[in-house]
Design a protein around this ligand. Structure first.
Ligand code: ADP
Ligand code: ASP
Ligand code: MG
Length: 413
């Protein structure tokens, strides 16, 4: 007998019929003798609908008071899902009980709309399991030290499932979604994309942080920290091995140099031109941006000519206006010539641990983009990834030509 955690995403929970299918699969696993914990998301579209409703009443989203209410609202989607799934399981003749995050409890910090899980109590869940019940726990939500409901950021049910699996020392955490595994890139953009049988934890972490929404980044961080056996599979198929996240690299000696391509539309670029090149300038620009809680991703400062340089950085598109306003205030203060902003950029990244031992990947990437007339605006590299910022109108084209140029549609030899 094993302890298993299943997570079902919004599409998999999208209708009563689909919820019934989820219940049937879970009941089958339980009847096979496993202890089952299920973590469902809100029904597809529901979180968006709830947040849109809130926006109708207040477009402003920056105060903690408002974010507290947003979490109160958004968390209800998952609460409906757990109740429905528990009922569907009971209708299958399978004893089941639903839990909201605060009932478990799943303790988080107070960062409304992007809270982090701090600890999970296992007592109540274990006694329900011991009583022979399937335990259905809300994804996406938790409770802060004052008892306020919090949410974990969009896509956060992945993190709930992996964190619960870690806390319960589950034998396996299976993420059921609307694709049958992790692909070389989003199969909705490149139909030739290939499912990966395995992906290293490190690569998955990069893919998630660079925009592949198949797993929320924090779920991958948890999986790595606690070595949770993690697999991504389709909720619409009963067979199929999906993609296993692995924690050892040696079994992948023969792997491809590039494992996947990730992309993100949520980018915006700001350039401060004509900046005097003197100590403290980077801090003068980025300090106030950080103080306003805006995360900066890529940063580029040119070599100066005659003591004057340009300074560019990227932020999440949602923070663009805020970052522009702050930059304009700084402009006069530091004596810069101008502030130029562009919120129509995107980031395309190639990821692979095999890059470590191969040179020339970057130049092949740049040549491929040049041949399509795609201008690269910014570049950033690490040991296992290369990212470029390009005009968003070229995003899909860039992903397609790179996928083809690196032969990702076929198995590595
Ligand atoms: P869920 O609602 O089940 O959490 P998501 O929509 O959050 O599902 O994530 C699954 C989606 O992620 C897929 O439908 C696919 O379009 C997208 N995706 C992006 N990159 C990849 C990738 N490399 N492999 C598989 N799916 C990907
Ligand atoms: N329902 C939440 C969202 O739409 C969490 C999730 O689906 O993982 O972001
Ligand atoms: Mg998701």
């Amino acid at each position: 007998m094993a302890l298993i955690v299943h997570k079902y995403g919004g599409t998999s929970m999208g209708s009563p019929e689909r919820i019934r299918n989820v219940a049937k699969r879970v009941a089958k696993w339980a009847r096979a003798g496993h202890q089952m914990i299920v973590v469902p998301s809100a029904m597809s579209g529901e979180t968006n609908r709830l947040l849109e409703l809130a926006k109708l009443l207040s477009p402003e989203q920056s105060t903690a008071e408002l974010r507290r209410e947003l979490d109160m609202i958004a968390s209800t989607g998952e609460q409906v899902s757990v109740g429905l799934l528990a009922i569907a399981l009971q209708a299958e003749g399978m004893p089941a009980v639903s839990y909201a995050g605060w009932q478990v409890p799943i303790a988080t910090d107070v960062a409304y709309t992007k809270a982090r899980i701090q600890s999970i109590e296992d007592g109540r869940v274990r006694s329900e399991l011991a009583a022979g019940k399937v335990v259905v726990i809300t994804g996406f939500q938790g409770v802060d030290p004052q008892g306020n409901v919090t949410t974990l950021g969009r896509g956060g049910s992945d993190t709930s499932a992996v964190a619960i699996a870690a806390a319960m020392k589950a034998d396996e955490c299976l993420i059921y979604t609307d694709v049958d595994g992790v692909y070389t890139t989003d199969p909705r953009i490149v139909p030739e994309a290939r499912r990966l049988k395995t992906i290293t934890f490190e690569e998955m972490l990069e893919m998630a942080s660079l925009g592949s929404k198949v797993l929320q980044i924090r779920s991958v961080e948890f999986a790595g920290k606690y070595k949770v056996p993690l697999r991504v599979l389709s909720s619409f198929e009963d067979t199929g091995e999906g993609t296993l996240i692995t924690y050892e690299e040696d079994e992948k000696m023969e792997q491809a140099i590039i494992s996947g391509i990730a992309f993100s539309r949520d980018e915006a670029k700001i350039t401060v031109t004509g900046v005097p090149d003197r100590p403290g300038i980077a801090y003068a620009i980025l300090g106030p941006i950080a103080d306003a809680n805006v995360d900066v991703d890529m940063i580029i400062q040119n070599a100066s000519v005659d003591g004057i340089t340009d300074f560019s950085f990227t932020v999440h598109r949602n923070d663009f206006q805020k970052a522009m306003d702050i930059s304009r205030k700084i402009q006069a203060h530091i004596g810069a010539r101008d502030i130029v902003g562009d919120s129509h950029v995107c980031k395309v990244s190639m990821v692979g641990v095999g890059m470590r031992s191969h040179v020339g990947i970057a130049s092949q990437m740049f040549r491929t983009l040049a041949e399509e007339g795609i201008n690269i605006q910014m570049i950033s590299t690490s040991e296992i990834k290369i990212s470029v910022v390009v005009d968003e109108k070229y995003m899909e084209l860039a992903v397609r030509v790179l996928h083809k140029a690196f032969g990702l549609e076929s198995e590595p030899v």
